[in-house]
Design a protein around this ligand. Structure first.
Ligand code: NAD
Length: 482
């Protein structure tokens, strides 16, 4: 394995740095330079066994703490994460190519905010309530932590997506084994560093980077009580099948192919100003990105021109440069996959209005030009499959019923936006879109509101009060009247 200051050759198990069973780790490659950034350990099945056992041992005393005591621990954990925010953001950008101006929020400060949010939530909430029974007597209803949680995360928003699981799980009194993606193993260790600094009890949080086989082993491990997964729909289906057989609770945050519905009364300048954030955020490597732009016939040519000009003007470059709007993709494999979709769009006869390949002036790094296809039928492969890169399609519609039908004609249902100057109309249209989240004239996740998908975009919700519910199991204790 490579040796430099970013190397992380150990696993974090039971509160201690632990040598992995196998010596061969994983080299994390910097997306913009194609050079080795650092080496990370790779957990074997024996290492996963040790991490699950540590989480199991820690469970009893962690769940026995009062919510207020757990919240105090989490406040210190949040402060330790915040203290590292800038370095974490830069590290994650180097790993996956995310522009630093985005990374500072979603990788830097969001994890601390989420941990603080759930600490405050459990500090305020009752762990049990007493209800008069409908049949006389009374019932004590308790919320018990579900147990040891397997948290499995992808590489695109590595810090936020891990924190969306770790924060509510720990707040509820569960313990966690985090298995991050190999591509973003290095930033995952920040959770371990922060846990040590905050004095989290040993074994409450364990970090074990590893392969998908290690992930699959963790999912079916007999010591695991709940699985929280974010990743691709095929992996989510496989995990869901295993959890179904085991009757193991599971939340699945999966892929998307969301629509950006431009109505006839849309403020087109506002739409253009938000296009990067809504449709191309994180170089298009975003599950909720609104990559299918639906334009009304009356404005169609105008929308094509506006989108084309806006996308053409985006600054492609080094993700660590604050001027950069589009960075490289995470890996050569991801770049080739995205270029393959662009070829498929061309081969199907669709017109590229800007972009269409790798930028000529970027000799290193897995860059793809932001690309727009116009006149795309919603049945086209490029309009149906999740590309996970900076590729947009524009589709023309007649009336609003047709627009809603096209927006809903997708295997997925995760995000989406409606662009209109009439907020009532925006709400009415958002109600008709079959999706877990919809933005009106912008799109931004809200810490205090549930996020998740319908259809092939997943099961369950993260964030908000809804996001802690899967980490509890309800128990009713019945008392008869004397
Ligand atoms: P992926 O599914 O290949 O891998 C995600 C994680 O799961 C990795 O840690 C991987 O090692 C592990 N894994 C893969 N197969 C597994 C299995 N069978 N059992 C257990 N673990 C397994 O996804 P990716 O390529 O890393 O990420 C991109 C995908 O994630 C996209 O489809 C994207 O839409 C989705 N995503 C969804 C959300 C959401 O909230 N809905 C957010 C971000 C990304």
């Amino acid at each position: 394995m490579h040796t430099n200051t970013l190397d992380r050759p150990e696993l974090f198990i039971g509160g201690a740095w632990t040598a992995p069973e196998l010596a061969d780790g994983f080299d994390v490659i910097e997306a913009a330079t194609e050079k080795v950034l650092g080496g990370a350990a790779m957990a074997s099945t024996a290492d996963i066994d040790a991490a699950v056992a540590a989480a199991g041992r820690a469970l009893g005393s962690w769940r026995a703490l009062s919510p207020a005591r757990r919240a105090d621990h989490l406040d210190r954990f949040a402060a330790a994460l915040n203290a590292r925010a800038k370095q974490t953001a830069a590290l994650a950008s180097r790993e996956n190519g995310m522009p630093i101006t985005l990374s500072i929020g979603v990788n830097g400060y969001a994890p601390g905010l989420m941990v603080k949010y759930y600490a405050d939530l459990v500090r305020r909430a009752e762990e049990s309530d007493i209800r008069p029974s409908a049949f006389g007597g009374r019932t004590v209803v308790r919320r018990e932590p579900v147990g040891v949680v397997a948290a499995i995360t992808p590489w695109n928003y590595p810090q936020s997506l891990a924190a969306m699981k770790i924060a509510p799980a720990l707040a509820a009194g569960c313990t966690v084994v985090l298995k991050p993606s190999p591509e973003t193993s290095l930033d995952a260790y920040v959770f371990a560093d922060a846990a040590i600094e905050a004095g989290l009890p040993a074994g409450v949080l364990n970090v074990v980077p590893g392969s998908r086989e290690a992930g699959a082993y963790l999912v079916r491990h007999p010591g695991v009580h709940k699985v929280a997964f974010t990743g691709s729909t095929p992996a989510g289906r496989a995990i869901g099948e295993v959890c179904g057989r085991l009757l193991r609770p599971v939340t699945l945050e999966l892929g998307g192919k969301s629509a950006s519905l431009v109505t006839v009364d849309a403020d087109l300048e506002l739409f253009a100003a938000n296009l990067l954030e809504v449709s191309l955020v994180n170089n298009g490597q975003t599950c909720h990105a609104g990559t299918r732009i639906l334009a009304p016939r009356a404005l169609y040519s105008q929308v094509v021109e506006l989108v084309t000009e806006t996308v053409r003007a985006l600054v492609i470059g080094d993700p660590l440069d604050r001027a950069t709007q589009i960075g490289p993709l995470v890996s050569a494999a991801q770049r080739d996959r995205v270029l393959g979709y662009i070829e498929a769009g061309r081969a199907a006869g669709y017109r590229v209005t800007t972009g269409g390949g790798a930028p000529a002036d970027q000799t290193l790094g897995w860059y793809v030009e932001p690309t727009v296809f116009a006149g795309v039928d919603n049945s086209a492969r490029i309009a149906r499959e999740e590309i996970f890169g900076p590729v947009l399609t524009i589709t023309e519609y007649g009336d609003e019923d047709e627009a809603v039908a096209i927006a809903n004609d997708s295997e997925y249902g995760l995000g989406g936006t409606v662009w209109t100057t009439d907020e009532e109309r925006g709400l009415a249209l958002a109600d008709r879109i079959h999706s877990g989240t919809v933005g009106v004239n912008h799109y931004a996740l809200d810490l205090a509101a549930p996020f998740g998908g319908v259809k092939a975009s997943g099961l369950g919700r993260e964030l908000g009060p809804e996001g802690i519910a899967p980490y509890y199991s309800a128990k009713s204790i019945y008392f008869r009247t004397r």
